[in-house]
Design a protein around this ligand. Structure first.
Ligand code: ZN
Length: 261
């Protein structure tokens, strides 16, 4: 698998310089994220909204160990007319936006193995366009919302346009990573990356409301907690997104059989 230069492991020295280990050394009390600092920690946000696709209240999720490691499993190549676009490159460009939005405080790294990964991302090739663009399943500590594992499945399909693969797919990857990092539920405003539906061919970046909700889930802290401060308890798996295809927003350049594993 091609290594990404963006998803690099953080070194202890750089992490300490950035202050992200501060709360895990020295017995500093660490807040329970998403509650201690209040749901209006950074506004405007959609932390307290109702997900219109399910009718359920949004929930904030969070990790307590950074960097969060990502494993790129199955992939696909888009190659009509020699375009030769690799899904991993597109996904990386989409998910790293969460890192960029936080100025690098939220750290991602590439996992060394599937078993050790916090989040796995698989690309599944379908014979035709599906009604669901992607799904994310998270394993969550029931009492606190801490995420212990994320599994993202992204769909590509024969007949996909280059705009869908290179642009829309990037936003879909970013959307699902948002679920894996911090959000059970969706935004109700279409300008947000975490809106509950999206056109398959349109790219979208992290909005101010997306960023504010992420910040609120972590109280602005992306820190590794000491094992002693980590609560344990029953976990459950929840499907936190089945992203419906919202159609296309402009005529696309649909091709023929164009993706391969
Ligand atoms: Zn979603």
């Amino acid at each position: 698998m091609k290594k990404s230069s963006i998803l690099r492991p953080v070194t202890a020295a750089s992490a300490i310089a950035a202050g992200i280990f501060a709360a895990s050394c020295g017995g500093v009390s660490v807040p329970t994220f998403g509650t201690t600092c209040g749901l209006d920690f950074k506004s405007p946000n959609y932390a307290a909204d109702t997900d219109q696709s399910t009718g359920k209240a949004n929930t904030l999720r969070w990790w307590d160990e950074f960097p969060v490691s990502v494993w790129f499993g199955s992939s696909a190549t888009y190659d009509p007319s020699g375009a030769n676009i690799n899904s991993t490159d597109v996904i990386t460009a989409g998910i790293v936006r969460w890192v960029t939005a936080t100025g690098g405080r939220l750290q991602l790294s590439e996992a060394s193995s599937e078993d050790s990964a916090d989040i796995t991302i698989d690309v599944v090739i379908l014979s035709s366009k599906p009604s669901t663009l992607a799904t994310t399943i998270a394993t969550v500590v029931t009492s606190t919302g801490r995420v212990t594992k994320g599994r993202i499945t992204l769909y590509v399909w024969n007949g996909m346009s280059q705009q869908e693969f290179a642009e829309g797919f990037k936003a879909t990857a970013g959307h699902e990573m948002g679920h894996a990092l911090y959000l059970g539920g969706h935004s109700n405003q279409s300008a947000d990356l975490m809106y509950f539906s999206k056109p398959s061919n349109v790219d979208k970046n992290v909005s101010t409301r997306d960023f504010n909700t992420l910040e609120t889930a972590y109280c602005g802290l992306y820190i590794t907690r000491s094992p002693a401060s980590r609560e344990e308890g029953p976990t459950h798996d929840e499907t936190i997104c089945r992203l419906p295809d919202g159609g296309t927003e402009s005529p696309s350049d649909s091709g023929k059989v164009i993706v391969s594993g």
